[in-house]
Design a protein around this ligand. Sequence first.
Ligand SMILES: C[S@@+](CC[C@H](N)C(=O)[O-])C[C@H]1O[C@@H](n2cnc3c(N)ncnc32)[C@H](O)[C@@H]1O
Length: 219
Amino acid sequence: MSDTSKSTRIGDLDAYLEECFREKPAEEVENFYGSWAETYDEEVSLFNYNGPKLITEAFAKLNVPEDAEIIDIAAGTGNVGIKLKEMGYKNIDALDGTKKMLEIARKKNVYRNFYHMFLGCGNKSPIKDGTYDVAISCGGIGPGHIPYSAFHEVLAMVKQGGLICWLTVNPNEGKEEESFKNLMAELTNNGKWKAVQDPIRFEEFFKKEFALFHVMKKL
Ligand SMILES: C[S@@+](CC[C@H](N)C(=O)[O-])C[C@H]1O[C@@H](n2cnc3c(N)ncnc32)[C@H](O)[C@@H]1O
């Protein structure tokens, strides 16, 4: 039995994933996730999506105090927030570009504040610089999602000495990989952040795709 036969609404899983990672304007991203929001939590199991579990298990090893101010970037329906709350974190805010995803997240009662905004689109952020001890993001950075250039905005939200950590698929080889590497090097060489550890590779992020967990400290 193929994966496709398991899905009713989605149809062809591979085509759906391809659309998910296709570079597109913010309105199209919001349409894509907006029409997925209601069924997202049950349908991600079709892809064997393990992101929230993997990132929070890796985050636990960083020993961040429970009173840390945390922003969950691309929080979606709130599955990272649920796990962080179970771990004892209380001060968690959610940011996402898709209103309908945030509406589902709101029902989970784990977040304090909600920010409906697209990063990397030149919008002015309502978040004061230096607000958070931690910015965490799972499955939200890269093609079809938050552009790497938005690391500047994410850095601004974080306090000096705070952490920026994310788990996502590796950039595709070529222009995408080049832009990721250039930005990482630029921010590192300009003393904006430094790596806390080597990226950790997780083999089963979704389906058979691997993902890397990065942790950077704002300098
Ligand atoms: C795969 S979901 C991940 C949700 C959640 N972190 C999880 O792991 O279940 C990706 C999310 O990224 C959000 N997103 C995509 N591009 C964005 C952008 N430029 N700014 C903010 N959110 C964005 C989408 O709205 C969607 O909710």
